[in-house]
Design a protein around this ligand. Structure first.
Ligand code: NAD
Length: 264
């Protein structure tokens, strides 16, 4: 249905070497977009995932190892992308980290890192992408928030604060671009089985002395009524919808895809 609707466009997906970011990058690439890959990881694996997208979808990719907690590295990444592809048409602010602890035990440097990577980096990429998008009068900004941008869980203070902040930032961006061809929306996933969540599964298995499979089931049972993980491919399809003409008037929403988590 969406074949090649993004041909000639360029998408920067922060944190696209793994998990949800990679799923979204592949969906946008499948629709014809060139992809600026960002994130950490093994060089050979990153090369392989880029080559796979280039060969499967006939698009171009580039890679930046910019650290999303470093504004000057974000600025260099945006400049390199503009030079190589003539600007960013689709910006997906996805890079994120998690740390789980009670507030009084929460390491200060973890708080700072989560706010910098999960929230402030989106301000920097957005402020640097907007002039180019405004010049073309077209753009899509998609912020990977979370159900934790809508509701809270204990022991995730920094993450919940950052994701609520990101939902607020999404709304302001949508209002400031409301008279243009640029839209900004947030996606709010429930549990997705990525390395970020696998760590929480492992911690639960160890703490409760249960198997990995049992830990996954108990994690889901607590919050996600469907009892099933959301997948990166499903989130990629939602991102692609936000990029389509059908979504021209979808502006400033925080769309949960969460197996019913927030309906409770
Ligand atoms: P992941 O750990 O699989 O991937 C995170 C990506 O971000 C990786 O590519 C990693 O290299 C990159 N990254 C981390 N720190 C970075 C930094 N400082 N600079 C640049 N890149 C950095 O995690 P994921 O589960 O795919 O999470 C992606 C996004 O989705 C995050 O914002 C997360 O909060 C959000 N999210 C995840 C879930 C879930 O259940 N997995 C649910 C809701 C929201």
């Amino acid at each position: 249905m969406h074949t090649n609707i993004l041909k000639g466009k360029t998408a920067l997906v922060t944190g696209s070497t793994s998990g949800i970011g990679l799923g979204i990058a592949r969906s946008l690439a499948a629709a014809g977009a060139n992809i600026v890959v960002n994130g950490f990881g093994d060089n050979a694996e990153i090369k392989a995932l880029r080559t796979a997208m280039e060969q499967e979808f006939g698009i171009q990719t580039s890679y930046s190892n910019a650290d999303m907690s470093k504004p000057e590295q974000i600025a260099s990444m945006m400049e390199e992308a503009a030079q190589q592809f003539g600007g960013i048409d689709i910006l997906v602010n996805n890079a994120g980290i998690q740390h789980v602890a009670n507030i009084e035990d929460f390491p200060v440097e973890k708080w700072d890192a989560i706010i910098a990577i999960n929230l402030t980096s989106a301000f920097h990429t957005t402020r640097l992408a907007l002039p180019g998008m405004k010049a073309k009068n077209w753009g899509r900004i998609i912020n990977l928030a979370s159900v934790h941008g809508l509701v809270a869980s204990a022991q995730k203070s920094a993450y919940v604060a950052a994701k609520h902040g990101l939902v607020g930032f999404t709304k302001t961006t949508a209002l400031e671009t409301a008279h243009t061809g640029i839209t900004c929306n947030a996606i709010c996933p429930g549990w997705v089985l990525t390395p970020l969540v696998q760590k929480q599964v492992d911690a639960r298995a160890e703490k409760e002395g249960i198997s990995n499979e049992a830990a996954k089931k108990s994690l889901l049972a607590e919050k996600q009524p469907s009892g099933e993980f959301v997948t990166p491919e499903q989130l990629g399809a939602l991102a692609l919808f936000f990029c389509s003409d059908a979504a021209n008037q979808v502006r400033g929403v925080a769309w949960n895809m969460d197996g019913g988590w927030v309906a409770q």
